[in-house]
Design a protein. Structure first.
Length: 88
């Protein structure tokens, strides 16, 4: 699904795209973070993209979740700054 580099690894951009999709899917679908370390789930990811090494549940639950949360906060702030009239 993802073009491979000559060394058959993924670019940082491709890894970020996959990781962002993963964290969104886990959060929106309320999937326990422990699923990321399930051997069947890892097999699924490897069959889709053999070069991809999924993050640990700790990285998913901490680093990736915090990054996604920060993106949402920034987007919200941009919307608030552009709004002249807000009603609570």
């Amino acid at each position: 699904f993802f073009p491979q580099k000559e060394d058959s690894g993924l670019s940082d951009g491709q890894i970020n795209l996959i990781n962002n999709a993963l964290i969104k899917a886990f959060v929106v679908c309320v999937i326990p973070f422990s699923v990321i370390e399930n051997s069947f789930f890892i097999d699924l990811l490897q069959s889709l993209c053999p070069s991809y090494q999924p993050p640990s549940r700790k990285v998913l639950a901490n680093k990736l979740l915090n990054q996604e949360h920060s993106k949402i906060i920034i987007k919200r702030e941009v919307v608030f700054k552009k709004s002249s009239n807000l009603t609570i």
